[in-house]
Ligand binder design. Structure first.
Ligand code: UDP
Ligand code: MG
Length: 161
């Protein structure tokens, strides 16, 4: 059982976080990045990017049948977004969702990004993957090879038990 335990301790996951166009326009990119940095996640990819309709539709393909889908695609393509790949120990995807808060910012707790900075669901300023599988899928969708950076922060031994 020991190798299994060690493997699970060493397991890292990735999550795709994106500041949506309203977050960029409102100048809260730094605040949002800072929250993930302070939490101790490792940044492995970062770019400002104007996405195509095709990419936005592929990213949100699970929501294709929702009534808000066309508006969502207009919103996401309305200006540049900030694409980020963050890495952390097992649980990083769920932990990032906690920092982001509920989809409806009015339901999001205080001290969460959406709870602090947003009001309507249709302008909730940030995206975060909902599972490790989607984290991988979305990072592969938004970043080309060579745009991601593998590195070992010197603080790693200080952050792990
Ligand atoms: N959305 C919307 N109206 C809704 C539900 C969702 O405009 O009633 C938008 C909102 O921007 C949300 C995105 O669609 O962030 C994706 O929806 P999802 O349910 O995946 O929420 P999330 O994972 O972003 O919290
Ligand atoms: Mg989602």
């Amino acid at each position: 059982f020991l190798p299994h335990l060690i493997a699970s301790l060493e397991q890292v996951d990735q999550t795709y976080i994106m500041v949506k166009p309203d977050g960029v326009q409102r100048g809260v990119v730094g605040d949002i990045i800072s929250r993930f940095e302070k939490k101790g996640f490792k940044l492995t990819g970062l770019k400002l990017y104007q996405c195509s309709k095709d990419l936005a539709e592929e990213h949100y393909k699970d929501l294709k049948l929702k009534s808000f889908f066309p508006k969502l695609i207009d919103y996401i393509t309305s200006g540049p977004v900030v694409c980020m790949a963050w890495e952390g120990c097992f649980g990083v995807v769920a932990s990032a969702r906690k920092l982001i808060g509920a989809t409806d910012p009015l339901q999001a707790g205080p001290d969460t990004i959406r709870g602090d900075l947003a009001v309507p669901t249709g302008r909730n300023i940030v995206h975060g993957s909902d599972s490790p599988e989607n984290g991988k899928r979305e990072i592969a969708l938004w970043f080309k090879e060579g745009e991601l950076c593998e590195w070992t922060p010197v603080l790693t031994p200080w952050l792990r038990e």
